[in-house]
Design a protein around this ligand. Sequence first.
Ligand code: NCD
Length: 312
Amino acid sequence: MSELSVNHLLGIKYITEEDIQLIFETADHFKEVIHRPIKKVPSLRDITIANLFFENSTRTRLSFELAEKRLSADIVNFSAGSSSVKKGESLVDTVNNILSMKVDMVVMRHPNPGAGVFLSKHINASIINAGDGAHEHPTQALLDCYSIRERLGDVAGKKVVIVGDILHSRVALSNIFALQKLGAIVKVCGPKTLMPRYIESLGVTFEPNLIEALNWCDVANMLRVQNERMDISYFPSTREYTQQFGLNKAILDNLGKEIIVMHPGPINRGVEITSDVADSKQAIILDQVQNGLAVRMAVLYLLASKIKRNDN
Ligand code: NCD
């Protein structure tokens, strides 16, 4: 297969295993490109991309921007503080702005679930969802699975536990979809109050005990507690959360086997993982960031090649 089955990347839910494999093979190529002395290729020279960030972001925004620059795209950036954004209004405004700028692709982060799907129905540009509320964050899941593939050779058959705030995490949902499409076995672990009620209907099992989960897994993906999405208290205190679900070096060393530790960032050092774990050889957190660049270059390149084809 040489092209994606979709014209937008709105969520992992909407793409196939073949799409993911194509993105990985293309990312392998771009990974080689970003290690060259001249890191820039002309692939997207005739493409204009708008990066619309209605919610805070550091690494995702930088990663997309750098990926676009490495591919020689023309880019425009827009960021808004999430507090000033009202759902319908702002998106319709966005639509009108985009239409008048004649952009080919839009990378959008938005606090409302479904914002990307909404936009894709109203404008004639290719949309990439860079995180829509607690719904999906597809490029994060792609880079996470790509990093597992790089470390362990394959994702199929691997046991992955996602630990923490599953309820509010778009990273968790996209990871569950991506890992399962690639044939991994997924468990979730964390306070029961931070587990969605439908979780087992997604084909994942809930393990309330961190040590049991770690003993079972090949890979542990430690998520941040999404305090900004909580309007009530889901556990008694941060200290108690860390006692039960925080990963420290002593736990890791007592496992009697080497597991891989992942984290999408931003890390709350000392809460979900301690500094010595984050900085240990078993943690692949910085590999994830580097792979994010190659994976996003691949997604942009593959979606852009579909735009050209549609124009003909
Ligand atoms: C995540 C996000 O924004 O969804 N971060 C990221 O994109 N690397 C996870 C988080 O905020 O905890």
